[in-house]
Design a binder for this molecule. Structure first.
Ligand SMILES: [Zn+2]
Length: 477
């Protein structure tokens, strides 16, 4: 009965959180510059009686909204950053930017922020009605896509004292995240040389572009001598100019270095720095490096994950209207053929052992409406998230709810375009209920917290969190 009451409380305010999603979607702000989005979230949470602490950990638009007092303390994580270049008209099934080259919510973080706020308000109202003691804290976390806001929050110690951290992500399926992720460093390598006429006086030039190229060659040889699971990729952020007859006086590369464990990333990073120094020495240039961000690997917590999965299963999937399914189909029609053809294999992976005919019927639906079974795994996603940093400090789990048509690609215009639809509005309320139900389990069952903490300790294996970003590096610099 109690969970039904939580669902009712959240449903009653569904319109508020759909509107909040739409406001954040319209702001479409990136990295740390999230004033409009944070203002909107804080206004709703303050109106619901939460105490707001803004400007946390040196980030103007990071905030903590708290309600209640004492133990247990539950953290709910919200993100609200968009992506550059993904501006798109809402609801239009063809690529049509609102602003050419503008930002857009191509990862659904407008829904993430609003859905987590709905969860925080839902559990708060339930605690008010039932008299359950404890504290709910909504963490407004900037710069997930790039910048690692949560790593700075973790470094500042704001998650200390929490009994659990809960979050979600809008996705194409209903599941609980059970994989780890890679720890990640993001570093700029800058070379400075001397320009000269490349034909008339090449002996006077010292090419920073040569240095960058030699660094990449060196790193490409390094690949043979690092662990299989590591990933290194780079992009040129400065090529030193567009004229071949001017020796390039500057060049810059942004490197991402990833591996399953922070110590492994550290060791590969040190070897990459040596290669960069060698490239500078070879070319008579100078090298400097600048941190962009870093994130820890994600520590899974199956105890909390299973509790969350039980709540998702009890709630059942969202029921879509014919109109919503037609809307989803219109977006599926815009997908590349290869992507569309990959849907049955994805569905088969989610539902192992299920009859072929059933799988085919599921894959044919524009919205995947089953619930992916919980699967304990040692697998590591070859990507990274700054939720990893939180998971090193407190038992953490996250749920995914189906908010987009099957086959939708993350960080695409299609995903931005669906961002203000009822698909997303329903998906974010679904996630809010699952998070709030799990929060209620934590408040009502001390044994669950104890088991989650024991698993967390075991996964730490005697290590403790050390922020991968050096102490002298600050956000927003
Ligand atoms: Zn995302």
């Amino acid at each position: 009965m109690s969970k039904q009451r939580i669902a009712e409380l959240i449903d009653k305010k569904a319109g508020v959180f759909a509107a909040l999603n739409d406001t954040i979607w319209d702001c479409a702000e990136i990295r740390f510059g999230l004033k409009g989005s944070a203002d909107a979230l804080c206004a709703v949470l303050e109106g619901e009686g939460f105490r707001i602490e803004r400007g946390v950990a040196g980030m103007a638009h990071a905030f903590i909204a708290s309600w209640g007092a004492g133990a247990p303390e539950i953290g709910i994580l919200g993100e609200y950053d968009a992506l550059p270049g993904l501006s798109q008209h809402a609801g239009v099934p063809e690529k049509r930017p609102l602003v050419d080259g503008g930002n857009g919510h191509g990862c659904g973080h407008s829904a993430l922020g609003a859905g987590s706020a709905a969860a925080a308000v839902g559990i708060k109202e339930y605690m008010q009605e039932s008299g359950l003691p404890g504290t709910v804290k909504y963490y407004g976390c900037p710069a997930e896509e790039s910048g690692s806001g949560k790593a700075y929050l973790a470094r500042a110690g704001v998650f200390t004292g929490l009994d659990a951290a809960l979050t979600w992500h809008p996705m194409m399926e209903n599941s609980v995240w059970t994989m780890s992720s890679l720890a990640n460093y993001q570093i700029f390598f800058s070379f400075k040389g001397r320009s000269a006429h490349a034909a008339v006086a090449p002996e006077n030039g010292r090419s920073a572009l040569d240095a960058a190229e030699l660094m990449n060659v060196g790193v490409n040889y390094l690949r043979e001598h690092i662990i299989q699971e590591a990933r290194i990729h780079y992009a040129y952020t400065d090529v030193g100019g567009g004229l071949p007859n001017v020796v390039q006086p500057s060049a810059e590369l942004l490197y991402f270095i990833r591996a399953p464990k922070p110590a492994q990333v550290r060791s590969i990073f040190e070897r990459v720095v040596d290669i960069a120094k060698g490239a500078a020495l070879m070319t008579g240039t100078t090298m400097s490096l600048r941190w962009d961000s870093a994130a820890a690997n994600y520590l899974v917590n199956n105890t909390l994950g299973k509790a969350m999965h039980a709540n998702m299963s009890a709630l059942g999937p969202v029921v879509w209207t014919e109109e919503e399914l037609a809307f989803a189909r219109s977006f599926q029609a815009t997908l590349d053929e290869g992507v569309r053809n990959s849907i049955p294999a994805t569905v088969a992976r989610y539902f192992p052992g299920v009859d072929q005919a059933v799988l085919k019927a599921m894959a044919d639906k524009p919205m995947l409406d089953g619930i992916v079974p919980y699967r304990e795994t040692d697998q590591v996603l070859p990507g990274s998230t700054d939720v990893g940093d939180v998971s090193w400090q407190v038992p953490t789990t996250q749920v995914f709810t189906a908010c987009y048509p099957q086959g939708t690609v993350s960080h695409s215009w299609q995903l931005t375009a669906c961002g203000k639809s009822s698909l997303v509005h329903k998906g974010l309320i679904q996630a809010a209920k699952i998070i709030a139900f799990t929060a209620a389990d934590i408040l009502e069952d001390p044994g669950l917290v104890a088991r989650a903490k024991a698993e967390y300790q075991q996964r730490l294996g005697g290590e403790s969190y050390s922020c991968p970003i050096p102490p002298e590096v600050n956000p927003e610099q």
